[in-house]
Design a protein around this ligand. Structure first.
Ligand code: UPG
Length: 598
């Protein structure tokens, strides 16, 4: 009470809310006015932020927490009354006629799209100290994830405008959700690299706030162990992205600019943009309000399962069931063996890669009602079976893929399944954990993420008629992987399969030990026989034909032990480094037509 005198009117209001919500313990240890007054004001600054950043404020947070904690204590199953079954979606086969049709439609639509990258997570499982967006997606060109994403969006922007000639050049917006853990380093990465070619105004950073931790089933907010004038906070999860897009006004801006699609994606998937054009094409042709991208899922793989849930009362929805909930849900219903592979060798439930495409208009209408609040969950670690106290404080969490849960049955919610080799290779697990993944399941490590890029590019070239040697199996950091020729190209060389087909001709051959890097829009490969390393750098207006026999010592993969602390972390976590012994490097810096044939 005595401390009220030092507070502003707004702060007194916040204090009243806290007292009404049973949070008087937060002030119990406060000394007399005059002692630590600045810290006390700092406390209210924090409370004010917590209040403003949660849809409907801190009191709603506490109420929701009490409800969810009571459900958790009572052992209430969030899927009570629902029976899971395998849903059917659009299954695409790379390179066939319908795939090509979807890709073209997707490129056409791209100029009406906005991209949203969720990158607030630190990636504790990876054990990498930097932000994941700065991590090289592969070490042949050392292109980082953020650079690759931005270059892909720029290539898409250009291709889309070209397809609909006559229209003004669109700038596809990119929003990046950061958190206190990643914000300043993300901004610095962009600024020190001239936004990787995007206009700075094209990129918007939206920062998620953490939420208050909870000490007990009454949702008493936890005092920060490091500062008695602060509430302890933890991340709320990637579901925050919806509320932030709405409260920042970005959705309205995009809507007013005539945009039609919002595409969400995650921080480390080097293959994703190979799948985006076709997936967007599916959204457009099938008129999906919500389209999730999925890949065949191995049982127990740490990716959610896309599931049809049918309630006893007749309601149904197609939704992600998170990987830790899928097995108990299946066991409790009609799948006694739980999360196991079926006769195909895969889980019958498609795996959610959390690439969501939402149609903007219905999305904005829905968020106008909900403010972007997403169904939350709580996961307290109880001290004992009485479930009356926690081992450590907990908090509410939410996931962006739970957005469709509140949609009416009339909403058109679908999903698109693509081959894993084409669409999904995240970098999440540290070498030790990756090496322990059950045999046959994907590692989701820096090693497998990089190898997947070479494999995808090699397979695409094969499909376009290039003869590519089979891979060899090698072990890096205890993980057995296929090593294909290290083929890398910039997104503006080829974005969709039709681009690749138009740029390779004749009969070309690439040996397994080879490296080929293509940087330049108009580079054409014709009757090339490559056994070694070939690097082509070419400016926009040069047209270059590369063919003939290129043979040299090439670039060699050398083993690195992840425990060797003398090696930089981004190399160590892969288990190899590239020794650039010898290469043919072609540089075209002037406009004109060129042909290379040794
Ligand atoms: N992220 C945030 N804020 C947070 C937490 C995470 O922005 O508070 C970002 C993070 O940077 C990453 C993405 O969200 O880009 C996903 O986080 P991650 O830890 O990689 O997610 P997972 O727990 O592995 O699972 C997600 C989905 C799951 C899906 C899988 C596919 O929840 O359903 O199968 O990603 O990769």
């Amino acid at each position: 009470q005595k401390n009220l005198a030092i507070l502003s009117l707004d702060q007194i209001e916040l204090a009243k809310i806290l007292l009404e919500m049973g949070q008087s313990h937060l002030f119990e240890h406060w000394p007399e006015p005059g002692v630590d007054d600045d810290e006390k004001k700092g406390f209210f600054d924090q409370v004010s932020r917590l209040n403003a950043s949660y849809p409907r404020g801190l009191s709603a947070y506490i109420q929701n927490a009490r409800r969810l904690l009571a459900d958790s204590k009572a052992g209430k199953n969030p899927f009570d009354g629902f029976t899971p079954s395998v849903p059917s979606g659009e299954v695409l086969t790379f390179g066939d006629d319908s795939f090509l049709k979807f890709e073209e439609a997707g490129v056409r639509e791209a100029q009406k799209a906005a991209f949203v990258l969720v990158a607030g997570g630190l990636g504790e499982r990876l054990g990498y100290n930097g932000i994941k967006l700065a991590l090289p997606s592969e070490s042949t060109t050392e292109t980082g994830f953020l650079q690759h994403y931005i270059e892909s969006i720029l290539a898409l922007q250009e291709a889309s405008c070209k397809l609909t000639e006559g229209q003004s050049q669109t700038e596809i917006p990119l929003a990046i959700m950061t958190s206190d853990d990643t914000h300043s380093r993300t901004l610095e990465l962009l600024e020190s690299n001239a936004y990787f070619g995007m206009k700075p105004t094209q990129v918007k950073l939206i920062k998620q706030e953490k939420v208050a931790c909870l000490d007990d089933n009454d949702a008493r907010l936890a005092v920060d162990p490091k500062n008695k004038y602060r509430i302890q906070t933890k991340p709320h999860g990637h579901g925050d992205v919806h509320a932030l897009l709405y409260s920042s006004g970005l959705l309205n801006v995009w809507h007013d600019a005539g945009l039609k699609w919002v595409l969400f994606f995650q921080d480390t998937n080097g293959l994703l943009f190979k799948a985006i054009p076709a997936a967007l094409g599916v959204s457009s042709i099938k008129q999906y309000h919500v389209n999730s991208l999925a890949v065949p899922r191995k049982a127990k793989e740490a990716i959610g399962g896309i599931t049809r849930l049918t309630h006893a009362d007749g309601r149904t929805m197609v939704i992600n069931v998170e990987y830790n909930q899928l097995d108990p849900l299946l066991r409790a219903t009609c799948y006694a063996d739980g999360d196991v592979n079926c006769e195909t060798g895969y889980s019958p439930f498609p795996g959610n890669i959390n690439q969501l495409i939402l149609e903007l208009d219905p999305y904005l209408k829905e968020l106008t009602k909900t403010g972007g609040a997403i169904e939350e969950f709580v996961n307290p670690k109880y001290k004992d079976s009485s479930k009356t106290s926690f081992k450590s404080s907990t908090r509410l969490e939410c996931m962006m893929q739970d957005y469709p849960k509140t949609l009416p049955p009339s909403a058109r919610v679908g999903f698109t399944v693509m081959d894993t080799w084409l669409a999904y290779a995240p970098v999440k697990n540290n070498p030790e954990d990756a090496a322990k993944v059950p045999k046959g399941n994907p590692y989701h490590s820096a090693t497998s993420g990089e190898m997947a890029i070479y494999r995808a590019n090699s397979l695409i070239l094969r499909k376009a008629g290039v003869q590519i040697d089979d891979p060899v199996i090698e072990v890096f950091n205890g993980q057995e992987v296929e090593v294909w020729p290290r083929v890398v190209w910039k997104p503006n060389w080829a974005l969709i399969f039709a681009d690749v087909k138009s740029k390779v001709g004749g009969s070309s051959v690439i040996s397994q030990r080879s490296t080929m890097v293509l940087k330049g829009r108009n580079v054409y490969i014709e009757d090339l026989s490559l056994d070694g390393a070939l690097i082509v750098n070419s400016v926009e207006d040069a047209e270059v034909k590369v063919g003939g026999s290129v043979q040299n010592k090439g670039w060699i993969l050398e083993q690195v032990d992840y425990k060797d602390a003398s090696v930089p972390e981004e190399i160590r976590i892969r288990g190899f480094r590239i020794n650039k012994v010898e290469q043919e490097e072609l540089n075209y810096t002037q406009p004109g037509k060129f042909s290379f044939k040794p």
